[in-house]
Structures are given as structure tokens and as C-alpha cells.
Ligand binder design. Structure first.
Ligand SMILES: O=C1O[C@H](COP(=O)(O)O)[C@@H](O)[C@H](O)[C@H]1O
Length: 348
């Protein structure tokens, strides 16, 4: 169903200089869950980090939206309908833009978002398992993991070819794997322990190394997996081309561990970089760089909650920020799809 829409989507393209990287080593000590499972001692209670208050909020100029997005019987005005159109259903409104700008889906609730995200992921799993005999999936930390819960339920728990999955992290905190801040632990507890992915296909960082060492080791691991055709390679960039990257976004517009205003946002020499001064704790992390993120075949940007509405409005609507936000630099070689709940889309 086509309908006029109320909200203009404004994008600012980030310029990223991509450098072809040569494979330099075929061996890495990156660890798999086969080892990790034996070393992970689940804590009796899960303590959370103190809430993180993003400084970027001070500089975000939340322009009043031209109009609001209504999911049911949507009536939208103010944008050239030839440029944009939307599809509406009882639980989802879809705003389609030209291909490079991504597909934006807004769900009535995070529950509906999770249902759709599971279907999208399972469809891609099926496609790549058939095409390549493997499905490479990159996880984020944070709230994304909870939104993957439907994959561990019928019909996907039985239908997905889990043994074809290879799981990576777009960023990881340099802490032990049983630490409350570990993205591995978050994913293991909330998702990986509930689905039959081969433990040997789960590529966690080596938490015995320094931040610099862990980033280098993870990059070496990726290069080995590219060389052995587990990870596809981008013909355009020569960089690893993951089948699906599941990105979260922080309330400051950061993705992975690439934070607004941090020089790492421009990193283009390495595949995996380290950061020791992350504005969001913990300070020491490793992260994929933008050239690798943007070589992906598919990126799902999953954003839920009204606390992120200002930044979503900067990325997709009329909002402005003092500088280009990392989330605005996400521009994959393949498909970009946004999964928003109505809270996250409330300023559009
Ligand atoms: O620190 C991180 O934050 C982002 C966003 O987390 P969220 O809880 O606000 O969704 C996450 O995507 C990233 O992987 C993580 O390390």
C-alpha cells in the first residue's frame, strides 16, 4: 500500500577512505566457545554497569518534527511521494527510501520488532547457507541481544541451519568473558546458549591479551577465515564481507565502539582497532572499523526505546547534531535495514 508520508528522511553521507589490506597471517589464537564454555562460570546474579549518560545529548539540537509518524491508518504529508513511500500494516509502517539510504521499518512495539528481526535473520541464514554453505553473523552488545530472542523459539529453533552459522562481534569490551561487561557473556547468556550453534563457530576475543593484542589477534583470526572462505570477501574493497551485521546504536549515536568525535571513527588502516578511552565504560574495547562494517552484505540497525528517539531523528529525520554521528556513517555495500520500535521512531 502506498501512502504519502509526513517525515522527510535526511542523510549526511560520511566519507570513508578504504584501503585494501593484504592477508598477512593465517593463524590466530582467537578463541571459540568450545574453550569459553568451559571457562565461563555463570554468576549467581548479573550486576549491571551504572547508567551511561551520553555527552552528545548536550549538543543535539532536537528540532521539532514536521509531523508525527502514525502506524495505523497512516496519513502523511509534506514529502514528495515519488521520492518516498511507505507500507503500513497493523504492527509496522515501512518507510522506503532510495536503496543507498536503507529501508526503515517502524514497529508498534519492541515485541513486534523482535518477531520481524527473527524472520529477517532466518531468511538471510537460509539464503547464505544455501548459496555459500555458511552464514556469517556479526553481533553487537547492548540491547540488541534481547531483540534476538525469537530466534530461539519455534519455528526458527528447528528450521534454521544453525550448524552453518559463524558468529563474530563487531565490538567487544576487553574484560574476562565471565565479566558482567563482556559482550560475549551477554550474547552467550541471552542467545548463544539457547540455540545449537557449533561452539567452534563462535569467535570470541582472546581475553588474556591487552586491548592492542586482542584487536590484532581478532584481525588475524578474520584474515584466516577469509583465506579459508568461511568469511566472504568484498570484490569492491578486498575487505571481509559479512553476510549479516546486527548493529545496535547507543543514545549518543555510536555504533560498535565507534563514538562521536573520537578519531577511531576515521580509522581505515586496520580491520579491527582498539580503544582505551571509550567514553562509555568500560574504557578498553576492540571494534571493527567503518571500512569493514560498510563492506557487509547486510546490516540490520536495531534501535528500540524513546531514549534514542533524538538520535534516530538526527539520522533519519529533521534533527541536527553538532557533527556527523557514527550511525550516519553506516552505509553498507549491500542492504541497510532499520528496525525501530515506536519509541525510537517517536520524533520522526
Ligand atoms: O557499548 C555498546 O553499546 C552499543 C549500544 O548499546 P545499547 O544497549 O544502547 O543498545 C552496542 O551496540 C555496542 O555493541 C556496545 O559495546
Amino acid at each position: 500500500m502506498n501512502c504519502p508520508i509526513t517525515s522527510r528522511l535526511c542523510y549526511t553521507d560520511g566519507t570513508i577512505y578504504i584501503e585494501r589490506c593484504a592477508l598477512r597471517m593465517a593463524f590466530s589464537s582467537c578463541t571459540s566457545a568450545a574453550i569459553l564454555r568451559t571457562s565461563l562460570t555463570p554468576p549467581t546474579s548479573l550486576r549491571r554497569s551504572p547508567p551511561y549518560t551520553p555527552p552528545i545529548f548536550q549538543s543535539l539540537v532536537a528540532n521539532p518534527p514536521a509531523c508525527s509518524l502514525r502506524l495505523h491508518n497512516s496519513s502523511r504529508i509534506g514529502v514528495n511521494p515519488e521520492e518516498f513511500h511507505c507500507k503500513a500494516s497493523s504492527s509496522m509502517a515501512e518507510i522506503a527510501t532510495e536503496k543507498a539510504k536503507g529501508k526503515v521499518q517502524v514497529f508498534d512495539s519492541e515485541e513486534d520488532l523482535a518477531v520481524s528481526l527473527a524472520k529477517h535473520t532466518a531468511d538471510l541464514s537460509d539464503k547464505f547457507a544455501k548459496r555459500r554453505g555458511a552464514f556469517t553473523v556479526v553481533l553487537s552488545g547492548g540491547s540488541l541481544i534481547k531483540s534476538l530472542r525469537k530466534l530461539a523459539e519455534a519455528p526458527y529453533i528447528d528450521a534454521v541451519e544453525w550448524l552453518k552459522w559463524h558468529v563474530f562481534w563487531v565490538d567487544e569490551r576487553v574484560v574476562p568473558k565471565d565479566h558482567e561487561d563482556s559482550n560475549y557473556k551477554l550474547a552467550f547468556d541471552g542467545f548463544l546458549s539457547k540455540v545449537p550453534i557449533s561452539p567452534g563457530n563462535v569467535y570470541a576475543i582472546n581475553d588474556a591479551l591487552s586491548a592492542e593484542g586482542a584487536a590484532d589477534d581478532y584481525e588475524t583470526c578474520l584474515k584466516h577465515l577469509v583465506k579459508t572462505n568461511i568469511i566472504d570477501v568484498s570484490q569492491a574493497t578486498g575487505l571481509p564481507k559479512f553476510d549479516l551485521m546486527l548493529l545496535g546504536m547507543g543514545p549518543d549515536g555510536h555504533v560498535a565502539s565507534l563514538f562521536p568525535g573520537h578519531p577511531l571513527v576515521q580509522a581505515n588502516k586496520q580491520w579491527v582497532a582498539f580503544i582505551k578511552d571509550s567514553p562509555k565504560p568500560p574504557p578498553e574495547r576492540i571494534t571493527f572499523t567503518f571500512p569493514v562494517i560498510n563492506s557487509s552484505a547486510n546490516i540490520a540497525l536495531v534501535v528500540a526505546g524513546a531514549g534514542k528517539a533524538n538520535v534516530v531523528n538526527v539520522a533519519l529525520g529533521n534533527g541536527q547534531s553538532s557533527g556527523l554521528l557514527p550511525v550516519q556513517m553506516v552505509s553498507p555495500e549491500g542492504e541497510l535495514r532499520w528496525f525501530l520500535d515506536n519509541g525510537a521512531a517517536s520524533h520522526l
